[in-house]
Each structure stands twice: as structure tokens, then as C-alpha cells.
Ligand binder design. Structure first.
Ligand SMILES: *Cc1c(COP(=O)(O)O)cnc(C)c1O
Length: 458
């Protein structure tokens, strides 16, 4: 008999979670104005809202917490992080920030001007938010296959080079400050970008004299997929692949709450010293002095350790196989999900799951609410609420995909929990024909409305 796969760690510390009754959940979600972000964590049994900052740190990371150096300037923890960034990602210069969007804020304060256009693959919501807040806009050049949920293209995070070159040709050079590549591509379903595409985008960028910036939250999962799926990388280590990926970037922003497996933190790294100096000014204003940038010394130390652990094959294999375990259960029951399975999450295709709910009534949000009511499982809408309104016309933007994301925290839940998630979704699937209407908006914020939106049942 072949030995089955098992996790590459054992558990040392646990946290209790509580089941609830369906009746309790009906009341809680109503009080939360049908916004899953408004629920208290005790009202959730299995929390798949996000994999951001929700992972479990290792014993070595906790040891680093104890050894954190809290000196205002020049802390040894800062240098530990600087060394890890140089060793793993290859950048000489870096600035710590309190999380990924803060990195965007600092870097874009230098680089993004009113009227700019920033192409790349599908940009993450905070990235888009920081661009649009500066009266600039983003341009999604992702390959068309990314928007067909059943297409099995192994690298759905790739940019369509023709689309990208068209944007470069049709716009004045000064309008485009840089290109952003998001690895893995969160908004199109945690889908990886191939090394070949990263290489080609970089060479196109050089032709037009543009910088390439990697939005790097899930860079290690991206490297894992390159190893498994791209010709020529099977025998390379994750760390070797990561090193090569970053040869094709001039700078990066990082949310350390994902693949670096810490609860808070981020950074910017860059090759150009001049850019570092310009960004340092904004870092000091917005985040903190350049050797802590909004992070405690202990958090920088744990982050340095997390970068090492997050780029180990055994850890990544455990993680991504758990995501696939959940995905396969849903596929086996015929539930429509995004293929291939993403790195950090399973994305349920809500348009196909609930075809009777019109797009104006937020099908993915409706599905998220149903799953919560059914099983106490919290996912998140990646659809019309998230897509927000067009900043100019103020009309709702209807994205091609209406998805419910089930994001799996790192090293946190077991496959028994995944079984509960699957059973909950299966129960909703069995009664999908009785779900014919969704929700309407009672109130919403002018930007990034999904976090605070209040809804009512139609
Ligand atoms: C999470 C994330 C961000 C923002 O980072 P925060 O730490 O949440 O501020 C930016 N880009 C991508 C791709 C992300 O996944």
C-alpha cells in the first residue's frame, strides 16, 4: 500500500472554536446587515474569509518574537529581515511597512500621478484603490482564458502580451509609470504567472523603458506552481525559482500576511537606490523610520523567519494539497468552481451555482450568506460588491466572474474542517433552485465599499 500524504508539521498550540445553531446564525447575519465582515469571529465556526494574517506561526517564528530587538533605529531584527530579503528575493534596498497596502501607499506616492495608467494582470482591490485614489487608472491585460472558470490553462495569471503592448503603444510614454504583475493573481482566482510570462513582460517593459513591480503577497505559491507545471523547473528548488522570478522585477510590494506567514507586516523592496531614497521620505511620514516602518522589531524578526519557511517545498506542498483537497470534494459533487484550483483558495462560481439570482442582486454575496447560514462557514464575495462603482460614471461595475472565495489560512485548519466546508456547500447546492433572489444595498462607502456595505434581503 502507498503511504498517504500527511501534513509536514504537528500541532503544539491549539485555539478552541465554537459551533452554533442555524437559528443563532440567522439572527447574527441579519444583525450584521448581511455583510460577512460585520460578524464577530465567535459567530463563525470555520473562517475562510481570508488567508491574510490568519495563519499559524511556527515555533521558530515564536522564538524570533522573543528575540525581537525593539531599538528605534538600526535594530538587529531589521537587519535580519534585510538579510532574508536579499538572500531570498535578491533586493538590495527595502522599507518595512505595516502591511501590503501601506507598501502600495508609500511606493505609489512616489510613482503614481493623476491621469496615469497602470497595466498588468488583474490588480488586487487595495492596489486598484491606491491607484484610483490618486486619480489614475489601472488596465487589466490578463489572458482571456482567466475569465473562463472551466478553462484548464495552468497559468491563468499570465498577461496577454499583445494586450499589454497595445496599451504601451496607444498611450503616451509619460502616462504609464510602470507595469504591475500580481503573483499569484488574487483577483483572477489565486492563479499563477508562468516564468516565461514574467520574463516576457520584463523584456517588453525594457523595450518601452518601464519598471516592472511585482505585487508579491503569494510569490511562494506562484513559485510552487512553476515548479509543478512549467517545463524546466521540476528539479529546481522553490528558493531557486523565487530568485529567478525576481530577476524580472525592478521593485516589489509585499503583504507579509500571506506567504510570509505572519499576522501583520509588509515591505517594499527595490533595486534602484534613488527610488529607495524617494520612497524613504514617504515611509517616514506614513509608516515610521526606515528601520521599522510601522512594525515592531519582533514582528520583523518573525517575518524574516517566515520568508525562509514559506519558501520551503514541504510546507507549500502541504498547504496547496489542502486547498486541492477541498476543491476536489466540491468537484466530485458537481459544484461549479474555478479551475485549476488556486494556491490559497477555492473560488466557487456563483453565477453558475445560483443562476436564478440576477447580477444586480449580488449572486456571490448571496451564496456566501447561504453558506454561513448553513454551516457557520465564512467565505468572501469576489464579485460585484468588490468590483465597486466606476470612479467616473459611478455605475456598478459587473465583473466577468462572480465568485465566492473560500480562502484557507496557512497551517490552521485540518482536512476534517475542509469536510465540514464541503458538506455545507453541498447542502446549499442541493437547495439551489429555491434561491431565486439576492440583496440590495442600503448604504455603501464611496471607495472599497465591500468592507462596510449594508444590505437588505430582496
Ligand atoms: C493582501 C494583498 C494586498 C494588500 O495587503 P494588506 O497586507 O492586506 O494590506 C495587496 N496585493 C495582494 C495581491 C494581496 O493579496
Amino acid at each position: 500500500m502507498n503511504l498517504p500524504f500527511a501534513e509536514s508539521y504537528k500541532i503544539k498550540v491549539v485555539e478552541s472554536i465554537k459551533r452554533s445553531t442555524q437559528e443563532q446564525r440567522l439572527g447574527w447575519i441579519k444583525d450584521a446587515k448581511y455583510n460577512l465582515f460585520n460578524l464577530r469571529s465567535e459567530q463563525v465556526f470555520i473562517d475562510l474569509l481570508t488567508d491574510s494574517g490568519t495563519g499559524a506561526m511556527s515555533q521558530n517564528q515564536w522564538a524570533e518574537i522573543m528575540m525581537g530587538d525593539e531599538s528605534y533605529a538600526g535594530a538587529s531584527s531589521y537587519y535580519k529581515l534585510k538579510d532574508a530579503i536579499k538572500e531570498i528575493l535578491g533586493f538590495d534596498h527595502f522599507l518595512p511597512t505595516h502591511q501590503g497596502r501601506a507598501a502600495e501607499n508609500v511606493l505609489f506616492s512616489v510613482l503614481v500621478k493623476e491621469g496615469n495608467l497602470i497595466p498588468g494582470n488583474s490588480q488586487f482591490d487595495t492596489t486598484k484603490g491606491h491607484i484610483e485614489f490618486r486619480k489614475a487608472s489601472s488596465c487589466d491585460c490578463t489572458i482571456d482564458e482567466a475569465f473562463e472558470t472551466t478553462n484548464l490553462n495552468p497559468f491563468k495569471g499570465d498577461v496577454d502580451l499583445n494586450k499589454l503592448e497595445k496599451v504601451m503603444k496607444e498611450n503616451p510614454a509619460e502616462k504609464i509609470p510602470f507595469i504591475i504583475m500580481t503573483v499569484t493573481c488574487n483577483s483572477s482566482g489565486g492563479q499563477p504567472v508562468s516564468m516565461a510570462n514574467l520574463r516576457a513582460v520584463y523584456s517588453l517593459a525594457q523595450k518601452y523603458n518601464k519598471m516592472v513591480i511585482f505585487d508579491s503577497a503569494r510569490f511562494a505559491e506562484n513559485a510552487y506552481f512553476i515548479k509543478l507545471r512549467e517545463e524546466g523547473y521540476k528539479d529546481k528548488s522553490i528558493k531557486e525559482i523565487v530568485k529567478e522570478m525576481y530577476q524580472y522585477a525592478d521593485a516589489m510590494t509585499m503583504s507579509s500576511k500571506k506567504d510570509a506567514i505572519v499576522n501583520i507586516g509588509g515591505f517594499i523592496a527595490m533595486k534602484d537606490e534613488n527610488l529607495f531614497k524617494q520612497a524613504s521620505v514617504f515611509n517616514i511620514i506614513y509608516e515610521g523610520f526606515i528601520t521599522y516602518g510601522g512594525m515592531a522589531g519582533r514582528d520583523m524578526a518573525a517575518l524574516a523567519q517566515g520568508l525562509h519557511e514559506g519558501t520551503e517545498f514541504d510546507y507549500l506542498e502541504t498547504r496547496i494539497k489542502q486547498v486541492a483537497y477541498l476543491g476536489q470534494k466540491l468537484v466530485d459533487y458537481g459544484i461549479p468552481i474555478q479551475h485549476p484550483f488556486g494556491g490559497h483558495a477555492i473560488f466557487v462560481d456563483a453565477k453558475k451555482f445560483l443562476p436564478k439570482v440576477p447580477k444586480e442582486e449580488f449572486a456571490a454575496q448571496t451564496l456566501g450568506i447561504e453558506l454561513y447560514k448553513e454551516a457557520g462557514v465564512r467565505g468572501v464575495e469576489i464579485g460585484t460588491l468588490l468590483a465597486d462603482r466606476d470612479p467616473v460614471t459611478r455605475k456598478n461595475r459587473y465583473p466577468d466572474l462572480e465568485l465566492l472565495r473560500l480562502a484557507i489560512p496557512r497551517r490552521t485548519y485540518t482536512n476534517n474542517h475542509m469536510d465540514v466546508v464541503a458538506a455545507g456547500l453541498i447542502n446549499v447546492f442541493d437547495r439551489r433552485n429555491s434561491i431565486t433572489s439576492g440583496y440590495r444595498i442600503l448604504s455603501e462607502a464611496p471607495i472599497m465599499r465591500h468592507f462596510t456595505v449594508e444590505l437588505e434581503k430582496i
